[in-house]
Every structure is written in structure tokens, then in C-alpha cells.
Design a protein around this ligand. Structure first.
Ligand code: ADP
Length: 700
């Protein structure tokens, strides 16, 4: 049989075979001898030729001669199989390492060629270099693996975010710490394979953690339960670090920790067979709010998803717990404040800027307004009944405003203290109150409302009215007899100066009667002045006046009458002949100076100096300043704020200092009505200086 195959009938077959990328060769089926091969095949055979010493496998060589190598034996056996089965053999991919260590991949096929009788006469081998495809596939595989790893990481991160997001979503709106804890527990149980999990809240004042909520197995050791419920800082073992550190405490495997002696075998968690353990401190800023602890059936890693998720959750839980804690503190304070406000005898109301609604009224307010607290809060401020005609009047004679008018002004930003106002109760009763109002501002400075304090002074007002009436009646009744006594005693005194028939005792008695009746008249005058002031009938009669000559006149008369003290007259920046133009009620201003000089005489020892002075007020050029300075008993610091009040006498005055405590009250009233000011500088035991300022007139 001709062992060569003729391709003659194919004119370009050989050329085509030469230029194809695939290697092709033909073997005879009997001796497996290489009959013909194209160049790619020859190159391949050369390339896979691993040994330099062996001759290359060239046309004419038989595969049967290559059987000492494993590769040779394999190819012969495959060829025999192909011949026997008459079926082609295909190898999809085969790696080849050449003598230089270079790796290539090939796919090859052995195809039987049959004669007309169906016998295999030849075997055609085709070879394809699939290195590029294999490498591409390998790279794709590698990329796929990387992708799947990235997916795994992503999936873990997604799960972590899901847990954190779930916690954030649920705890955000909750102000109840127990509920926050329960939400966190539910989420931990759903997402992790935990054995126990718990949240503790920190109580720095007790230096202990208290259990907020926990999930634990039924057979959890009772001593473990006790330990979990209340954990003094001093007794913290594994979790001691949370008091200072912000990072979680992670024990990757409690069992190993116990084996290594880092943990006690008797620890309840170890006995439960717990492996991984994580404790996350819950810090909100600088404040440790508590801890979240979870123990797992499997070991955990510090960088594992459990730790990351718990840390992420921890941030939200800490914030929610801090929020809840602050809310509870505010609520507690609010309740306490409410209790205090409810107990106050003054009526307290809080009005809101929006619509003037009253959001709070205490029982005293309800009593003053004559309606229940519930009703008060239903009626906006401007709808509360108010008086159309002012029956009550202020000291200045103006009608008293209704209380809610003052409150409405407070809502526009004004502040009032002790302003008299009336309340009209539903039954028509009128209540006089002292109303104090102030606007309320939010932290950002926005006005949110106003607080109104009402003090019922109806009783005092009535009493005062009765007292004033009594005063004025009594004064009028006293004035007539005392004028008579004074008149007759002065007639008698005149007679004593004309006749010598009076004995010493009579003379002494007459002088005393004159003096005391003068004193009494003065007192009655002062009392009358007070009731005039109370009843707003204290009228001043202003005329142009040279204040300097007026003061000098008072000084001369006082210094000539009271010879027991040294009097000095001081002028600063002013000449004695100067005119100090003022517009005032001369009589009343003389009364002011007399009162002040009279006090200086009364409250200082004989022979001490009393200085009366005048100058232009330094800080206000339109004012003149007068001072009366003594070296007397002085006034204690705690008395000074009250010295100008009615009937107030300092503690250091005794029975030897006659008086009622009216003089300075009148002084202040007169000076204030003149648009002047009066004050005192004094030190107990060292003397006092009373200052009076009065406004200057343009000219007189
Ligand atoms: P009276 O002198 O009648 O008590 P005043 O109203 O004039 O009433 O004075 C009120 C109080 O002020 C006096 O009781 C006294 O305690 C104190 N006081 C007034 N002037 C002086 C003064 N020059 N030195 C010390 N204390 C004074």
C-alpha cells in the first residue's frame, strides 16, 4: 500500500497548508510514521522538544520510536485507540513547557482517515496554539475571582450598613432609652449569630454600669445574670478599658483566651462555649453613655463584619441614649419647675408669641383671674375680659391698665416690673395686681413668648386707701388744735419778753410748749404731705429762682439757730455772687435742704463739722449738685438701699434720735418731681454725705 498521500488534485492545497496557523501532520496508521507536516507543525514539534540532545522529530520518524518518554507512550496509545475506534481524539487544551521553561497551551486532534473498506490508513494530527485564549481565560478567571472577593467584601459592607442603617432609623425618633436598647437587641439578634448581647448605660455619679436590656440563653448562669445587672466600675474585668478608650474591646476566641490563662474557665461566657466577644464603648463626644456587648458562637476578628457593624451601630445608639438622657433630665427639671410654679402664691402665666395663646397658668393665676387653669389656656391673651373704663387709678391718677394689655406689650418685647394692673373676674369683681412681665427668648435669640407674674394687691390697696383716708382725717383734726396751741403759746412767749413777772419754770414751760408745738406742726405737715403724695394731690408751685441764694439763705438760718455744730459753706467753681438759675418750688426745696441739714445735725455729735456745698454737676452740665456732709453716726451698707423708703429708720438710730422715717421719703419725692436725683454716700461711724442734683433753667 502506498504510504504517501497525493494532494496533486488540489492545486493550492500545499500552499494553503503552509500558511495556515494550525499545525498539520499526517501519519501512516501502521508504523505511525510522520509522512508529511506543514511548517507550523514542525515549529511546534521543535518548540516542545524538551531535550537538546535528542534529534528533532522530523518527517520519516515514527512515533513508535519515541516510546521511552511518557509523552511518546501516551501519543502512541492514543493513536492506537483512534485506529481501533475509528473515532477522532480531541484534546482541548494541553500545557507545554519547553526547555527554556516557557509555557504554551495547545489543542490538538487525531483524526483517522479511512479507505474505502473502512480501514484506518492514516491519522491526521492538527494542532492549534491556544496559549493566548488560555491566558485570556486565566486572566478572566483571575478577574472573576477578584470580583467575587470584592463582592464578598461589598456584601459584608452592605450587611454592616444595613444593620447600622436599621439601628439609625429606628432609634432616631425614640427618646425612651429602654426602647432604644430593645431595638438594638432585636437588630443584633436578627443579623448575627450571637449567644448573648446586652446594652448597659453608664452612671458616672454611681461609678457603675446598669443593664438596659439583654438577650441571653435560658440556662445562663445566675451569677452571670447578677454580674450583668449592675457592674461597678471597680469590678470591671475584661471591659475595664471602655472607661477610657473609644475603640472596641475584641476577644477573637474566648476559649483560646481561657486556654492561655487570660480568662477564667469559670467565667459564665466561657462556660457557655462562647467564642468571639466584642464590647463597644458608647461614647457621645466626651461622655460615656454605656456599652454594647455581644458574644458569638464562632470566633470573630477585630476587622470582621461583626465588629464593624457593632461599632457603626454604637455611634447611633450612643447618640440616641445621650438624647434620651438629656431629654429625661430636661423633663425632670421641667416637672420640678412646674411643681415650684404650681406652688407659688403669685399667679404665673406663660403666653406664646404665636397667637398669644397661654400655654401655662398656675393655680394662683387661676384664682386671680377667677377662671380655671384649663379655661385660661383656652382663651388667647387678647380675649381675656378687660375694663373699658378705668375705675382704679394709678398714683399719678391714670386709669389702671388691664393685666393682659401689659402682657401683650411684653409679647412685643417690653419688660415691666411691678406695674399696677387690674383684673376683671367673670363675676365682675375687680382685682388690683402688680404685674411683672418679661419676654422669653429661644437659645437662638428668637422671642418665643412672655412670662407674666401677677401679684394680687387688692387687700394692700384697700388697706392703703383706708390708711390714707385715716391720715388725712386725723391730720385735719389735729391741725386745728395744734394751731390754736401754737398761737396761744407764741402770744405767751411774746408776753414773757415784755413782762418780767414770769418765774423761771413758767418761762421754761412756755419755751418748751412753743418748741414742741412747732415740732408737732412740722410732723403733722409731713404726714399730710405723705397722704397728699399717696392721693396724688402733692402739687408743686414752680417759680424761677436763684438756687445759690436760696441755699445760702437756708445755710444762714440753720447755722444761726443750731450753734452746737460747726457749719461750713463750700462753693466749687462758683462765686458767691453768681446766679444759679433754676425753676422750682422754693418752699419745697427749702424743706428738702432743711430736712437734710436737720438730719445732719440730729445724727452727728456736737462740735462736729457740717459742710454744705454746691457745684455744677461734673457729668451733666445741665445740673447743679448740692451736698450736705456730716461727721455723724453714718449709715450701715445694708440700710442704704432702704433709707429713702417711708418709715424706714436705720438700725443704728436710738431713742435719743427722734423721728418717724418720713423726711427722706419726702426729700426724694420732691427732688424727683423736680427731675432731680438724691443719693447718699455713707460709712457707719464715719459720717454721711447726701447729694442732690437739680436741673438748671436757661435763665431766670
Ligand atoms: P427720721 O430722721 O425722722 O428718722 P428720715 O427719713 O429723715 O427720718 O431719715 C430716715 C433714716 O435715715 C433715719 O432714721 C436715719 O436712720 C437715717 N439718716 C438720715 N440722715 C442721716 C444722717 N445724716 N446720718 C445718719 N443717718 C441718717
Amino acid at each position: 500500500m502506498d504510504s504517501t498521500v497525493s494532494f496533486k488534485k488540489y492545486r493550492f492545497a500545499n500552499t494553503m497548508l503552509e500558511y495556515t496557523a494550525a499545525g498539520m501532520a499526517i501519519f501512516d496508521a501502521q508504523e505511525l510514521r510522520l509522512l508529511e507536516a506543514n511548517t507550523p507543525y514542525i515549529d511546534f514539534v521543535a518548540a516542545i522538544h524538551t531535550s537538546q540532545d535528542e534529534p528533532p522529530f522530523a518527517p520519516g520518524a515514527s512515533l513508535l520510536d519515541c516510546q521511552d518518554s511518557e509523552g511518546g507512550r501516551r501519543i502512541v496509545s492514543i493513536c492506537r485507540e483512534v485506529i481501533a475506534s475509528k473515532q477522532p481524539h480531541h484534546v482541548k487544551e494541553e500545557m507545554n513547557v519547553n526547555a527554556l521553561g516557557e509555557i504554551t497551551y495547545w489543542s490538538w486532534t487525531l483524526t483517522p482517515i479511512l479507505d474505502e473498506q473502512g480501514n484506518v490508513t492514516h491519522i491526521v494530527q492538527t494542532l492549534n496554539d491556544v496559549t493566548a485564549q488560555v491566558e485570556a481565560r486565566q486572566q478572566a478567571e483571575e478577574a472573576r475571582q477578584q470580583l467575587s472577593h470584592a463582592n464578598e467584601v461589598l456584601e459584608k459592607e452592605r450587611k454592616r450598613l444595613e444593620v447600622v442603617e436599621a439601628v439609625a432609623r429606628w432609634v432616631r425618633e425614640t427618646l425612651d432609652s429602654a426602647r432604644i436598647g430593645q431595638i438594638a437587641m432585636d437588630i443584633i439578634e436578627t443579623h448575627f449569630d450571637t449567644i448573648t448581647a446586652c446594652i448597659h448605660t453608664a452612671h458616672p455619679e454611681q461609678r457603675a454600669f446598669k443593664l438596659l436590656c439583654a438577650s441571653r440563653p435560658h440556662d445562663f448562669a445566675p451569677e452571670g445574670l447578677k454580674l450583668m445587672d449592675y457592674m461597678p466600675y471597680e469590678q470591671l474585668g475584661l471591659t475595664k478599658g471602655v472607661l477610657t478608650q473609644h475603640e472596641p474591646i475584641v476577644v477573637e476566641d474566648l476559649q483560646i483566651a481561657a486556654e492561655e490563662g487570660r480568662l477564667n474557665w469559670n467565667s459564665p461566657l466561657v462556660r457557655l462555649g462562647t467564642r468571639g466577644y466584642v464590647c463597644v464603648p458608647l461614647w457621645f463626644g466626651d461622655q460615656l453613655e454605656g456599652t454594647i456587648v455581644a458574644s458569638f458562637r464562632s470566633p470573630v476578628s477585630s476587622s470582621g463584619p461583626e465588629v464593624h457593624a457593632l461599632v457603626g451601630m454604637g455611634t447611633h445608639i450612643a447618640a440616641a441614649l445621650a438624647h434620651a438622657r438629656l431629654h429625661a433630665t430636661i423633663e425632670k427639671e421641667r416637672t420640678r419647675l412646674r411643681a415650684v410654679l404650681d406652688q407659688l402664691p403669685e399667679g404665673i402665666l406663660i403666653a406664646e408669641t404665636s397667637g398669644g395663646a397661654i400655654s401655662y397658668a398656675n393655680p394662683a393665676a387661676a384664682q386671680i383671674l377667677g377662671i380655671s387653669t384649663e379655661e385660661i389656656t383656652c382663651i388667647p391673651l387678647h380675649r381675656h375680659s378687660w375694663l373699658r373704663t378705668g375705675i382704679e387709678t394709678t398714683r399719678e391718677g391714670r386709669p389702671l391698665p388691664p393685666w393682659n394689655f401689659i402682657a401683650i406689650r411684653a409679647l412685643s418685647g417690653e419688660t415691666f416690673t411691678g406695674k399696677e394692673a387690674t383684673v376683671m373676674q367673670p363675676d365682675g369683681r375687680r382685682i388690683v395686681t402688680l404685674a411683672s412681665c418679661a419676654p422669653l427668648y429661644s437659645e437662638r435669640g428668637l422671642m418665643t413668648g412672655a412670662v407674666i407674674v401677677l401679684q394680687d394687691v387688692t387687700a394692700q390697696k384697700t388697706l392703703e386707701q383706708h390708711k390714707n383716708e385715716f391720715f388725712s382725717i386725723a391730720n385735719h383734726e389735729l391741725r386745728t388744735p395744734i394751731t390754736v396751741i401754737q398761737g396761744f403759746s407764741e402770744i405767751l412767749q411774746l408776753r414773757t419778753s415784755q413782762e418780767n413777772s414770769f418765774d423761771k419754770l413758767t418761762l421754761y414751760a412756755i419755751t418748751n410748749i412753743v418748741e414742741q408745738s412747732h415740732h408737732l406742726t412740722h410732723l403733722i405737715e409731713e404726714m399730710l404731705d405723705i397722704s397728699r403724695i399717696e392721693q396724688t394731690q402733692f402739687k408743686l408751685d414752680y417759680t424761677p429762682c436763684n438756687l445759690l441764694s436760696l441755699l445760702k439763705h437756708v445755710f444762714d438760718s440753720q447755722s444761726s439757730v443750731s450753734r452746737l455744730h460747726r457749719f461750713t459753706f463750700q462753693l466749687e467753681g462758683v462765686q458767691e455772687t453768681d446766679i444759679i438759675p433754676t425753676y422750682l418750688d422754693e418752699q419745697r426745696i427749702v424743706q428738702v435742704f432743711n430736712n437734710l441739714i436737720g438730719n445732719a445735725i440730729k445724727y452727728s455729735a456736737r462740735d462736729s463739722t457740717i459742710e454744705i456745698g454746691l457745684k455744677h454737676a461734673a457729668e451733666r452740665s445741665q445740673e447743679v449738685l448740692i451736698w450736705i456732709k456730716d461727721e455723724g453716726i453714718g449709715i450701715a451698707a445694708e440700710d442704704i438701699p432702704h433709707i429713702f423708703k417711708r418709715f424706714h429708720r436705720a438700725r443704728n438710730v436710738d431713742r435719743s434720735h427722734s423721728g418717724f422715717g418720713i423726711g427722706l421719703y419726702l426729700v426724694k419725692e420732691v427732688v424727683t418731681q423736680h427731675r432731680g436725683r438724691v443719693w447718699v454716700d455713707s460709712c457707719e461711724g464715719e459720717g454721711s454725705t447726701f447729694y442732690v442734683t437739680l436741673p438748671l433753667a436757661a435763665s431766670i
